[in-house]
Design a protein around this ligand. Structure first.
Ligand SMILES: Cc1cc2nc3c(=O)[nH]c(=O)nc-3n(C[C@H](O)[C@H](O)[C@H](O)COP(=O)(O)O)c2cc1C
Length: 202
């Protein structure tokens, strides 16, 4: 496969990991079937979490089915995010419960757990030909109000979900260019150590 976004890994990995990437261009005319959307959340559901707290929650805003919800969540996006994200068929807010359900003590692993759930969801999406781009560039208070997120939960990320579209239709040149750039990553030796810090794994 010659798509520039497909990873060229140093070691063999699963195809879904190689092929996942985060587009900004989404096909605005291709909605996500409800059955497929449920499969994504089913994948998130089976992620591991500290004490099985499952601190993640998702609020779905469908551009066609609930344009008011979609526009409200879109309105929380910052910078250039709303420009491209407006074309995505779905925006989804991830909110995380930061306290334990059993005693309201701080759950120090809540963010870690939510990230794993989103990773599971994302790879499931890739296996189905769907794409996701996550966004930290949003106003949490506005998203909280738009989606009526209650207090023990903290908005974490908004994700755009849909089928990747034509990069030529993106408004900003920098975004169009980024869509065609290969993905880059640190070498394993930079982030994996053997026994002690900075000792390379051999
Ligand atoms: C937590 C998180 C926040 C992100 N926030 C934004 C964002 O606000 N806007 C954006 O265009 N991309 C955002 N991204 C996408 C990253 O820039 C992208 O995942 C990264 O450059 C790696 O590219 P890849 O996912 O195609 O491998 C975010 C990704 C993550 C995981």
């Amino acid at each position: 496969m010659s798509h520039p976004k497909i990873a060229r890994p140093d070691h063999e990995i699963l195809d879904v990991i190689r092929e996942r990437w985060s587009p900004r261009a989404f096909d605005p005319s291709r909605p996500v079937a409800r059955a497929d959307l449920l499969r994504l959340f089913e994948a998130a559901r089976w992620a591991p979490s500290s004490a099985n707290e499952q601190p993640w929650r998702f609020v779905v805003a469908d551009r066609r089915e609930s344009p008011e919800s979609f526009d409200a969540l879109l309105g929380s996006l910052e910078g250039r995010n709303p420009v491209w994200a407006a074309q995505a068929p779905l925006l989804v807010l991830i909110a995380v419960r930061l306290t334990l359900e059993r005693n309201d003590a701080v759950n120090a692993h809540a963010w870690y757990d939510a990230g794993q759930a989103v990773a599971f969801l994302t790879l499931q999406a890739t296996s189905m030909g769907l794409s996701i781009r996550q966004m930290e560039g949003f106003d949490a208070a506005r998203a909280r109000a738009a989606c009526r997120v209650p207090a023990p939960f903290q908005p974490g990320v908004v994700m755009a979900i849909g089928y990747a579209g034509d990069p030529a239709l993106l408004e900003h040149e920098r975004h169009r260019d980024a869509e065609r750039q290969p993905r880059s990553r640190r070498a394993i030796a930079e982030f994996v150590f053997q026994g002690v810090w900075d000792a390379p794994l051999r």
